[in-house]
Write a protein that binds this ligand. Structure first.
Ligand SMILES: C[S@@+](CC[C@H](N)C(=O)[O-])C[C@H]1O[C@@H](n2cnc3c(N)ncnc32)[C@H](O)[C@@H]1O
Length: 284
């Protein structure tokens, strides 16, 4: 298994141990899926039928809410507890299978799936580039990759594991968003999961990294994937965390207004990273 001390601790102390974590994840998925927005995006881009892989499937709720007669799901996760809960909640018709494995080395042959999805996964990955490359590898030509996560790494975002430094972080990220980027690295910032420091349960206190849309799109094109839809979710989602201080609220209001008008780079500053990308038949 890929070595990372924070991930090993999360697996031992949370993902392989804590039923409550998966109950909360299930509640969150069902609540979000019954509101307009994120799950409409997923439904619109998932093929109506075929073999679909979810990496980091957790307790399997995404497959529950995205189930359709022709879709055969395979859920893959590091956690034996998550897979047990997912199997227990699945019908016995064989339309959902579960395999233990890590996203950094998926236990599937090249080109196996017509769609591969990672929902609320990216923020838990110490090496997101490796996992995305693996997701692309197991995708069939013409297949669709779907990624959906909070945009903690944008100028207006921060994971719940962050404390303080809001104004400096905002200005640094705002400046960076206006500068041309070099290289192929996504450049996402790491955070220390506050759950491991004794924080109470709550959304994404097990985040290890802060996803950001522009870097993700660069990574996908480097892998030869063609973006079909790229959005920071300004058109659907509300902000995920507290409103923040007055200066933060003002900055957010101005950036959000520009973003909703479609002005670059502000349109990429919304609360989510949401991407549907296609693997072309022949790599360009
Ligand atoms: C927040 S849960 C998300 C569960 C589900 N996708 C959802 O939306 O509710 C994150 C899951 O990712 C799994 N995970 C984290 N890193 C992983 C990796 N590198 N490979 C596979 N699964 C991973 C964890 O075990 C955990 O079950």
């Amino acid at each position: 298994m890929t070595a990372d001390p924070a991930r090993s601790r999360l697996l031992d102390e949370l993902w392989n141990r804590d039923h409550r974590y998966y109950e909360l994840a299930r509640q969150h998925v069902h609540a979000t899926a019954s509101s307009p927005g994120e799950y409409d995006f997923l439904r619109a881009h998932l093929p109506a039928a075929g073999d679909i892989l979810e990496v980091g499937c957790g307790e399997g709720s995404n497959m529950e809410v995205l189930a359709a007669p022709g879709r055969r799901f395979v859920g893959c996760d590091l956690s034996a507890l998550a897979l047990r809960l997912a199997r227990d909640a699945s019908p016995a018709d064989g339309a959902r299978r579960f395999v233990r494995g890590e996203g950094e080395a998926l236990p599937f042959a090249d080109g196996t799936f017509c769609a591969v999805m990672g929902i609320s996964l990216l923020e838990h990955l110490p090496h997101p580039e490796m996992v995305i490359a693996e997701m692309a590898r197991v995708l069939a030509p013409d297949g669709t990759l779907l990624l959906l996560s909070p945009q903690y790494g944008g100028p207006l975002g921060a994971s719940p594991c962050r404390r303080g430094g809001g104004a400096v972080r905002f200005l640094r990220r705002l400046l960076r968003a206006h500068l041309p980027r070099r290289g192929t690295e996504m450049g996402w910032e790491r955070v220390a999961p506050s759950l491991l420091a004794g924080a109470a349960h709550g959304g994404d206190r097990d985040a290890v990294i802060e996803p950001e849309l522009t870097g993700l799109v660069r990574c996908l094109s480097h892998l030869g994937l063609q973006p079909l839809v790229v959005t920071s979710g300004l058109e659907w989602a509300t902000w995920l965390d507290s409103p923040g201080s007055l200066p933060q609220q003002l900055a957010r209001a101005v950036c959000e207004r520009l973003g909703r008008l479609g002005v670059r780079p502000y349109r990429n500053f919304g609360p989510l990273v949401a991407v549907a990308a296609r693997r072309p038949r022949r790599e360009p």
